[in-house]
Design a protein around this ligand. Structure first.
Ligand code: SF4
Length: 342
């Protein structure tokens, strides 16, 4: 049986802040709260949810840009499982080439004073300092070609490029160290619609060519459907549904997933589905409602939902959902309840 490339167990990130007279009240913000998932080699796991749901914090913990409060992140480096949370110093530096990140904004993530060849070489020089100058140049040319950058682009500065081309440079920077796992944090949301498909197709081609594994973070479910093998839906710091892409998009088991899918805009100007999108605001991580965090917005809410936190459990055929009424939702038999507090 194939081992997961990454196994996340009970991962949490809680932020503590003090307020009030003499700063005596302590508020806990549960940005990510007890999430577990696996990522198999060669797959793309989509991580979706509204802004503030914890998906970016999760990605940043995997790269150790943020230290988790609790939990484990086990990365299989080919011979053993490394607990990423326990790496420090040289061990952490050596590990960094295995996981790289593509950031959302290709405008702010490139130093405007560096030429493209210097930008692409920078992570290589930091993470593989033993390479000779010639080896670095060869590797930069190799990844530039793989990401469809022309040789003449390498001597230019970032301002000479469009958003799509800049994102190719960011992808080249991430892949030049030959990582095994790439965390793509909203990589197309800052781009024109016309170039989004090009970048998604490039990411898919590179995945095939280099056997890459992706965690693809996005709020746009249409984009995630296009690239993901499986999808995890996050709400208020927790995973509320996890399933293969086709199952999740054709028969969602969680009311939040169902509502997100209904909110995907269509090309039809008379289709007003997006206006029927989810009621209310996302629950505040510093002030979560009791029971199911989604209950103030859920049209299927029953009394039990306001008291008891639903665990993430298998509903059917590796489809997991954290909902007391998931069986009814997935079969389309759940009847909306009368009052929904928003
Ligand atoms: Fe809605 Fe209850 Fe399911 Fe939460 S547990 S999503 S409130 S039906």
């Amino acid at each position: 049986m194939t081992k997961p490339l990454l196994e996340v167990r009970n991962l949490s990130k809680h932020f503590h802040s003090k307020s009030g007279l003499f700063k005596k009240s302590v508020h806990v913000t549960k940005a990510v709260d007890d999430i577990s998932f696996q990522v198999m080699p060669g797959e793309t796991l989509g991580l979706v949810g509204e802004s503030g749901c914890g998906k970016t914090t999760t990605g940043r913990m995997l790269l150790r840009l943020i230290q988790p409060t609790a939990g484990q992140m086990l990365f299989n480096d080919g011979s053993k499982d490394l607990d990423l949370g326990q790496l420090h110093g040289d061990g952490l530096r050596r590990f960094r080439r295995h996981i790289q990140m593509i950031f959302q904004d290709p405008y702010s993530s490139l130093n405007p004073r560096m030429r493209v060849n210097e930008l692409i070489a920078e992570p290589l020089q930091a993470l593989e300092p033993e390479l000779s100058r010639k080896e670095v140049e060869d590797r930069v040319r190799w990844i530039a070609e793989a990401t469809n950058l022309k040789p003449e682009h390498l001597s230019r500065y970032p301002h000479a490029f469009s958003g799509g081309q800049r994102q190719r440079i960011c992808i080249a920077r991430a892949l030049v160290v030959r990582p095994r796992l790439v965390v793509c944090d909203e990589p197309v949301s800052a781009l024109d619609v016309s170039v989004r498909a090009q970048i998604i197709n490039l990411l898919k081609d590179l995945q095939q060519e280099f056997g890459l594994t992706y965690i693809f973070i996005a709020h746009d479910l249409a984009v995630v459907e296009n690239i993901s093998t499986r999808v995890a839906v996050m709400y208020a710091g927790r995973i509320v549904e996890l399933a293969e892409t086709e199952k999740l998009y054709t028969r969602p088991a969680h009311p939040y997933t169902e509502a997100l899918l209904q909110a995907i805009p269509t090309p039809d100007p008379f289709d007003r589905r997006d206006l029927a999108a989810i009621k209310g605001e996302i629950a505040e991580a510093s002030n979560l409602p009791p029971g199911c965090s989604f209950h103030p917005r859920c049209e299927y809410c029953i009394e039990r939902c306001t008291i008891e936190v639903p665990p993430l459990r298998e509903i059917k055929d590796s489809q997991y959902a954290a909902c007391h009424r998931a069986e009814e939702v997935v079969t389309g038999t759940a009847e909306p309840t009368a009052a929904v507090e928003v």
